[in-house]
Design a binder for this molecule. Structure first.
Ligand code: BES
Ligand code: ZN
Ligand code: ZN
Length: 465
């Protein structure tokens, strides 16, 4: 699919017509006979007038994204080659709809639809193409390409995508975008007392990697650090997951992949913000060398952790990665972590919404606001002193699981708080993306599987710093 901006009306095979508010203004008879009502996610092809009509009940950005995604799918089911649509003040939402709605994951299919898609031309008609419009176009395309890259990473199987693969992708991203890049191995983790992260990866045949990318523009005004959980597979470890919960755990690297996605776009956006991307790439497996419930681990900041469940591994990896970030980077303005951290977050807020946590209410709400603006769903989950007591340990500084079955998303967030330095307490936000990162059915303009959650949220926040 090739997206083009144009100011001229181009005679294409098909034109998309958004039907707002169910108001049908042309082709009434045909549309009636096709039983087209103009509802959201409803599209019909009218050959007589060479149009795809698609319902778009209101013109808010998310409805437009979904309408365009519905239309491009309809178009892809035909052999027509060119398509056009008129844009008003909704250019980036239209681009999101095309780019994100057109995504399919065919790596493991013997018959691929890629070739057929490649020679399709799409023209978005705008009034003028000035610098601002051109930039809006380029930025939206670049962000969507990164979201789709993240979807590809997350959808790739654990046999084909393990910590070293993730490190190699980071190196490629750094080269292509002129970023600083450090890949640290298990010797480094050992030497720096990162015993929590190290323990999680011990039973895997794949060595753990700590990835650190940095974008450092000359006139940076602020500094943000993004930390991602990169569990390339989470079997649960010795606290083994039941088989029905283990399927889809290739998606446990979504937080780390989202961080890589942001780093893949950040330099193109040309913002005066220093951005660091840190990923703990680890595989949680079983074996004679596996870490165990009852182990006590020591994290990089010296805190001891009683392990009572090896399936609560993401917080162990993040604990050390958060310590690393705060030791290595000074004068941080914001530190965010992205993780498919808890099933409890999915239970609490459903599959489509990110859980936003931290010690700074105002900042939490800012993140929610930016998430919604970017097209991601998010809500805050507030910490409280009572739940905090449930992760105390009798034998170590802290326990990796709570003693209550309720409030698991929040207790996981409060566990991480133990690894945030005092000076950064109000600068830190924890983003649990367990719900939206991977859904086993399509939703809106998101396909079955990985959605690329976190990327647009983070970029929108950084743009508005
Ligand atoms: N990766 C999982 C969380 C998860 C579950 C993500 C479902 C996406 C969908 C995490 O490592 C985990 O297993 N968490 C446990 C924590 C529990 C042992 C305290 C959970 O949520 O059950
Ligand atoms: Zn787990
Ligand atoms: Zn996990």
């Amino acid at each position: 699919m090739n997206l083009n901006l144009t100011t001229k009306k181009i005679d294409t095979d098909i034109e998309i017509i958004l039907v707002k508010n169910k108001k049908i203004k042309a082709d009434e008879k045909i549309l009636k006979s096709l039983n087209f009502k103009g509802k959201d996610e409803e599209a019909v092809l009218v050959l007589e007038s060479k149009r795809i009509y698609v319902g778009c009940e209101t013109y808010d950005a998310d409805n437009i994204r979904i309408a365009i995604a519905t239309a491009i799918k309809k178009f892809n089911s035909t052999n027509f080659k060119s398509l056009s649509i008129k844009a008003k003040d909704n250019l980036s939402a239209i681009i999101d709809g095309f780019e994100l709605g057109n995504y399919t994951f065919t790596k493991y299919k013997s018959e691929k639809d890629e070739d057929q898609k490649q020679d399709k031309n799409i023209y978005i008609e705008v009034e003028v193409i000035d610098k601002k419009v051109q930039k809006e176009f380029e930025n939206a395309v670049s962000i969507c390409e990164s979201v789709n890259m993240v979807r590809d990473f997350v959808n790739t199987t654990p046999e084909d995508f393990y910590p070293n693969t993730m490190a190699n992708e980071a190196i490629r991203i750094a080269k292509e975008n002129n970023l600083e890049c450090k890949i640290l191995d298990e010797d480094y983790l050992e030497e720096n007392g990162m015993g929590a992260m190290l323990a999680v990866g011990r039973a895997s045949r794949h060595k753990s990697k700590l990835i650190h990318l940095a974008y450092k523009p000359k006139k940076a005004k602020k500094k943000i650090v993004l930390v991602g959980k990169g569990l390339t597979y989470d079997s649960g470890g010795l606290s083994l997951k039941p088989s029905e919960f283990m399927v889809s755990m290739k998606s446990d690297k979504s937080g780390g992949c989202a961080v890589l996605g942001v780093m893949n776009t950040i330099s193109a956006l040309d913002l005066p913000i220093e951005v660091h991307g840190i990923v703990g790439a680890v595989e949680n497996m079983i074996g004679g060398d596996a870490y165990k419930p009852d182990d006590v681990l020591t994290a990089r900041n010296g805190k001891t952790i009683e392990v009572r469940n090896t399936d609560a591994e993401g917080r162990l990896v993040l604990a050390d990665c958060l310590c690393y970030a705060q030791d290595e980077i000074n004068d941080i303005d914001y530190i965010f972590d992205f993780a498919t951290l808890t099933g409890a977050c999915v239970v609490g807020v459903g599959h489509y919404t990110n859980g936003i946590m931290g010690n700074n209410h105002k900042l939490n709400y800012k993140v929610v606001h930016n998430a919604l603006k970017s097209g991601e769903l998010a809500t805050t989950l507030p910490f409280n002193r009572y739940l905090k007591k449930t992760i105390k340990s009798e034998i170590a500084d802290i326990c990796n699981v709570s003693n209550t079955r309720y409030g698991g998303a929040i207790t996981a967030g409060m566990f991480l708080d133990n690894f945030i330095k005092d000076e950064n307490k109000k600068k830190w936000v924890h983003i649990d993306i367990a719900g939206p990162a991977y859904v086993e059915s399509s939703w809106g303009y998101n396909p079955y599987g990985a959605s690329g959650a976190g990327v647009r949220l983070a970029i929108e926040f950084i743009k508005n710093i």
